[in-house]
Design a protein around this ligand. Sequence first.
Ligand code: ATP
Ligand code: MG
Length: 566
Amino acid sequence: MSSESPKNSEVKNFIYQEIDRDLAEGKNGKKILTRFPPEPNGYLHIGHAKSICLNFGIAQHYNAACNLRFDDTNPVKEEVEYVDSIQEDIKWLGFKWEGEPKYASDYFEQLYEWAIKLIRKGKAYVCELTPEEIAAQKGTPTEPGQESPYRNRSLAENLDLFQRMRNGEFKDGEKILRAKIDMASSNMHMRDPIMYRIIHKPHHRTGDKWCIYPMYDYTHGQSDFIEEITHSICTLEFEVHRPLYNWFLDQILEDEATPEVRPRQIEFARLNLNYTVMSKRKLLELVQKGIVSGWDDPRMPTISGLRRRGYTPESVRMFAEKVGVARRENVIDIGLLEYCVREDLNKRAMRVNAVLDPVKLIITNFPEDKVEMMETINNPEDESMGSRTIPFSREIYIERDDFMEEPPKKFFRLGPGLEVRLKSAYIIKCEDFKKDENGHITEIYCTYDPETRSGMPQADRKVKGTLHWVSASHAIDAEVRLYDRLFMNEEPDGHRDVDFKEYLNPDSLKTLAGCKLEPMLADAKPLGSFQFQRLGYFCVDKDSKSDRLIFNKTVGLKDSWAKANK
Ligand code: ATP
Ligand code: MG
């Protein structure tokens, strides 16, 4: 093992140890090259983010590179929209792949030639069983499968049929190419797995050129080999595919000069998050059924959803690092993700005033036309962020729930006769209030103490509560969207007889109109993040316009995760 210690605070995981060992043994000409291999059949989610951070992180650590390779072998499910979104998400996370993006479809010709090599060696055959028949003959882990009646076709017949499969002479499903391995293997994946199937559908890159498409297992390892990937890191469910990964490489490398690089598959436990589904099929269903507004709905666990929700690349990377890399499956609490974004934004987001459920408050002893500019610190965590001024006037808005007509004992906010401090301004005292015929508070009347402004003699006078506020005539209107978990169950897709959609949270989106914000927020750019004092972190929605401001709540201020995990 190399004695070099990890850069940054990166905890060395078992994958680094394996790579160090390979380096020490001088494998692969001491080269390192990783890859991230998404199938472009959906948007990337937080689980992919973990894989991205791992693969690109290894490359950074070893001063090596990481390829982006689209594993585009199924034209039925794949689309250019996904290819584009995947690239955008990786860049946003802060990583850069080596050279141009790569595509498994670029290797179709080479894969075809290798398939012919396998046929010639008697290691592959054209089979005509239906998927049902194949399944029925597959056996069980403890019982051997049956050999296909087509298994012992002649070489000439196999070559002819495979060529004709390529030529488009057969319909979908009529024939397949199978590897001829061992129908009695204890590893089900070695029981003559399918290498090619017929799909008459144009491919987003190769168009109508092909009507036979290679399966994942036959494509992945060979693509790794072509690109000279040294360490092919994937999730644990592929562990049982590893013998097949190696078998295909053994076959194509037989009778060839030993290559400098022979890729090696290493598995790690996938990321599971509670209260979330991460299967692309299920996420697609939510999008297609209109249950969410799109792949980037801020409630989605997709990278684009997290981005729109106000997550920063730093927070997602911090999360991936904290989750770590393990060999055993586990479920991570979604609170950890929220903790990470809170940590990041706490240091960087400007603290501003926003009143989400406004009620008017009139300071009766404050001159009518007077506007005072009050200085306020942008972020007490970071002095370099400086300060700004906010307008204060006779009429302001406060949160409706910061006032109670008959407050209980420990209510440190406003009520008849009670005093509070207005953040960055004065101490006020509630003298009276007005209600409409429904008992709804319409106005609150207060007096202010001019001696309590910063720099004045009574500035330090103690009162129990401090409220945020905005000046009524200066405030700007906004729509604010509050989000709750999309699912009410910890494991929405973990119940045998219940569809995951049964657990959808009907209150996962709450839209507030007529929120009042301090004037500087009129210029906030899409995706800009702010702390709304006392309320949480919010970001400007991508659809926000100057004449219709929209903010998304990223996360609240209260951290239940760190407390519970002390
Ligand atoms: P599917 O194969 O069902 O479409 P997938 O989530 O495996 O879904 P891929 O596009 O094949 O999607 O994944 C690309 C890479 O991301 C793979 O290397 C995969 O192992 C990894 N990955 C996917 N989901 C997770 C996860 N939850 N945690 C960690 N890595 C993941
Ligand atoms: Mg996959």
